[in-house]
Design a binder for this molecule. Sequence first.
Ligand code: SAM
Length: 287
Amino acid sequence: MNGTLYLCATPIGNLGDISVRCLEIFNEVDLIAAEDTRRTIQLLNHFGISKPLTSYHEHNKREKGEYIINLLKQGKNVAQVSDAGTPAISDPGEDLVRLCIENDINVTSVPGPVAGINALILSGLSTRRYAFEGFLSVNKRHRREHLESVRNDTHTLIFYEAPHKLKYTLADMLDVFGGERRIALVRELTKLHEEVIRTTLAQAQSLYTEKQPRGEYVIVIEGADEKSAESDENIWEGISVIEHVEKYIAEGMTSKDAIKRAAKDRGLAKRDVYNEYHKGASENEEE
Ligand code: SAM
């Protein structure tokens, strides 16, 4: 008979957040597959648990995935842990779950901390409808495309972010979402320096031009206003190309981004919008 894969959530800071059931499962399983074995050893030592560990992370998930599946097929039980929080949320656990399903192996979860949901409930923003957007790409173009794709979403958006990328992300968010949107920067959850900054995107961006981001962050942003999202979608129907570009510039975009966005909205080539906009601008200057 096959064994079971237990997806075990571990603390995101405060060790007191480990569940009784999680400790029981750690004691019962044959092996713990950890994203960061050094971190998991510290956790196990703290609770006086000694158990065989193996690493399972982004860079070895293919070979290790097969190895773990073979053990499960031999009837061994395996616990999987992320470096913090809930496995399979922005970590390679997702692939192991898929492999288990493909191989008819039972998977169950041992619930516990997850940074995104805790940030959401502390944000003060709507929890009725929300979307987890995970990490944005380090590639600027992909990051912008991701943000553009959710610009008119009316539900609350949750992003994970590394401190050294926070400033760039806030600058891009300001360009795409505009300065009025409410935002919560949720830092160091469950730790000594836990902090929630509830403000607007414009203020957040200016705050972090002076302040150095420290620790782990979740960014929670309110969704687009339903009416403006609807009118935004059809904005180009009643206005000229030049007015369309100028509207985005007035919202804080660079002219390059405004031209790109207007071209996308209207299904036109960027070059055509660029030419029309600059032709119009130079005609206005001549007048
Ligand atoms: N699996 C984890 C979970 O359940 O939330 C997330 C892992 S992901 C690789 C790490 C990201 O989660 C960090 O970059 C940060 O955005 C967020 N995060 C993790 N712990 C956090 C904490 N204590 N406070 C704020 N954000 C945290």
